[in-house]
Design a protein around this ligand. Structure first.
Ligand code: UD1
Ligand code: UDP
Length: 357
């Protein structure tokens, strides 16, 4: 069996980690194609280093671009590598442009596509990710769905039952594998002068929040006000998409900005925070796994499980009023925590399925 992992962004490295490690432990032949959709050291290299991953065999150097430009260039370059290497399976994870290109390139030259985290739907086609998910799922040969809900969605869309498997989400594998290391090694609280349970964590990178001036200002000013009322600070590791907004955010005295952080620090920050504010998909899942309350800075989500658990709330609108309202609601809520995303053995389950087939 020869496997190819196509990855390109921060969450894909984290969520393919346990599968890559599984290949190493079982001596399964594999190689990585890195599109370099993310390329800054703190969006890319830091994760390879912290997770002990070998360098990608192919770095495509695609970088940033418009939706079509970035996706198109990836498609061309991924196909070239796949024609040369002819792996048996290509793994893609999630919903980025890297996923769309990897899935399309492989399916067109009849290499089996394995989609990890398949079947998610926000039903919001304004998001590029929703288009990527739908196409990736429909050209995939194996849909590895985190929960039964995504398997049902895939079935309803007419995808054949034989291709659909419920495996849990590899994010649980990552949190369990890296969590202890993070506790031991991360010094992030000291570094930013933070005290356990006395700070908030904010991350925000969705175009609907970052590129809409009014939405972004509502998010920052409301969280700053909540900090003021609670007498705490909020740490905000800023995605590079927000580089031109640093001076604006700096005006809010309760928000501590920093460049993107490594995974050990981010897990530690989540674990010890008072509450999390985020529009990140991965952090929605991690906060639930870590039993941390989370205000989702979106009006919809493809991950409704965390809301169902009760530990997360969605907004009705991106406004200061609603963010404050949802914060208070969640703060006063008693949550019966459980983890809907699996037991941390998703990589093992996925390879069991491939071996059987
Ligand atoms: C992408 C994914 C999104 C995912 C996110 C994870 C798509 C359509 N979007 O969004 O689903 O949640 O990754 O973080 O695939 N930039 C840098 N350095 C980098 C990377 C990006 O400066 O290393 C800046 C560039 O200005 C770039 C912008 O960030 O134009 C956006 O990057 P891009 O990869 O297009 O989208 P993300 O917002 O990162
Ligand atoms: N993350 C990180 N450092 C940061 C921000 C996020 O290590 O500064 C991790 C986070 O813990 C999660 C993943 O990156 O595992 C989420 O990535 P992101 O929010 O960029 O993408 P999404 O999950 O929304 O696609």
């Amino acid at each position: 069996m020869k496997i190819c992992f196509v990855l390109g962004t921060r969450p894909e490295i984290i969520k393919l980690y346990s599968l890559i490690k599984y290949c190493e432990s079982k001596k399964i032949k594999y190689f990585i194609i890195h599109t370099n959709q993310h390329y800054d050291k703190n969006m890319d290299g830091v994760f390879f280093k912290e997770l002990g991953l070998k360098k990608a065999k192919y770095n495509l150097g695609i970088g940033s671009g418009s939706q079509g430009d970035q996706t198109g260039r990836m498609l061309i370059e991924i196909e070239k590598v796949l024609m040369k290497e002819r792996p048996d399976y290509v793994f893609v994870q999630g919903d980025t442009n890297t996923v769309l290109s990897g899935a399309l390139a492989s399916s067109k030259i009849k290499i089996k596509v394995c989609h990890v985290e398949a079947g998610l739907r926000s039903y919001d086609r304004e998001m590029p990710e929703e288009i990527n998910r739908i196409i990736a799922d429909h050209v995939s040969d194996y849909l590895f769905c985190p929960t039964k809900k995504q398997a049902d969605i895939s079935l309803k869309e007419g995808i054949s039952k034989e291709k659909i498997f419920v495996t849990g989400n590899t994010i649980v594998d990552a949190v369990l594998l890296v969590g202890k290391m993070s506790d031991k090694k991360s010094n992030v609280l000291n570094k930013f002068n933070l005290e356990k349970s006395k700070y908030f964590l904010l991350t925000c990178h969705r175009p609907s929040n970052t590129d809409d001036k009014s939405n972004f200002e509502s998010i920052i000013s409301s969280i700053n006000d909540i900090c003021e009322k609670e007498g705490v600070k909020c740490i905000f590791p800023m995605h590079p998409r927000l580089n031109n907004k640093k001076s604006f955010v700096n005006k809010f005295k309760n928000i501590i900005i920093t460049d993107p952080l490594g995974y050990l620090d981010l897990l530690k920050l989540q674990k010890d925070s008072k509450m999390i504010f985020t529009d990140s998909g991965g952090i929605q899942e991690e906060s639930c796994i870590l039993k941390k309350k989370c205000v989702i800075l979106r009006v919809n989500t493809e991950r409704p499980e965390t809301v169902r658990v009760g530990g997360a709330v969605l907004l009705r609108e991106i406004s200061t009023k609603d963010i404050f309202k949802k914060y208070v609601l969640l703060k006063n809520k008693k949550v019966k925590w459980y983890n809907p995303f699996g037991d941390g053995k998703t990589a093992v389950k996925i390879f069991k399925i491939l071996n059987k087939n």
